[in-house]
Design a protein around this ligand. Sequence first.
Ligand SMILES: NC(=O)c1ccc[n+]([C@@H]2O[C@H](COP(=O)([O-])OP(=O)(O)OC[C@H]3O[C@@H](n4cnc5c(N)ncnc54)[C@H](O)[C@@H]3O)[C@@H](O)[C@H]2O)c1
Length: 312
Amino acid sequence: MALLDGKVAVITGAGRGIGREEALLMAKQGAKVVVNDLGGHFDGTGESRSPAEEVVKEIRAAGGEAVANFESVTDFKAAKRIIECAIDNFGKLNIVVNNAGILRDRMIFNMTEDDFNAVLDVHLRGTFNMARHACNYWREQHKAGNLLNGRLINTSSDSGLLGNAGQSNYGTAKAAVATMAIIIDREMSRYGVCANAIAPVARTRLTIDATPQTAATMPPPKPGEIDRFSPAHVAPLVAWLSSDDAKDVHGEVFRVGLGMVWLMRGWHTAAKITQPGPLKFWDPVELGMRVKEELAKGLTKKESLSEVLSGN
Ligand SMILES: NC(=O)c1ccc[n+]([C@@H]2O[C@H](COP(=O)([O-])OP(=O)(O)OC[C@H]3O[C@@H](n4cnc5c(N)ncnc54)[C@H](O)[C@@H]3O)[C@@H](O)[C@H]2O)c1
């Protein structure tokens, strides 16, 4: 028996890159898959049916079951139709992987309102739209006694977890979708749902075409070697998180890629500044000295994206 036999999954942005690999592997593992993809350029403009259609063809050629869907996750009503596409075609929905993504990098002083809105629309609003309709469905089904073991996997990014210059739109949305998974998990675990997030690392058009500075850190494999930057390294974790075996994994954030998985934990107290004696209002200069003392202890050393990509 395969890991996802009997499951039905929606994967957004599954026509290319990471989502495509997730769709292929999850179908191979027995899931029936809605391959959603608008088929646009990496900046969110344009559309094409062929990326989603090609992936569906590949899945069917390998003996799996899939249907294509070309709606945009940015539209609340369209997101409902994506969820309904799974239920209409396959009778139910167990898994939603929020993967669709675009990039419009600019330094904050050059970023247009449109660049900011377009990126937040796909990553943040799109993730909300899909989660909102799926969770409503899972709650209703649970109330009716139909236990579907819902799985929600949001796609975050190191840009959101660590911060990356030029991505105040993208990183902001990616931090938010990681937190959204934690919050949704707290709301939905009582209905048998697990919500988690991943921060993938892979060579796709978003890293090759949209961010040439990242592309330079992802050299192609030598002949005969497995490509350490292949998006196929991301899919096994997503397939497992989608399975019944991952029932105890709640509100976690994983970095995944290069054949590795990192368990990420978010904001936590790294140092605490207390007052000597009875409570008083701080003198700002005195407080500043204490803040500098704590920072000088090196407690705030942060991981960098280049450390991650070097595999260290
Ligand atoms: N590649 C990486 O290293 C990396 C790192 C961190 C996060 N991510 C995230 O992983 C996800 C997948 O990215 P990728 O690298 O595979 O890029 P990709 O461009 O290859 O794939 C993204 C897909 O999403 C689709 N899409 C875009 N807007 C859509 C919309 N409104 N509705 C439906 N589909 C839409 C695109 O058509 C495209 O096929 C994205 O959320 C991205 O931000 C990727």
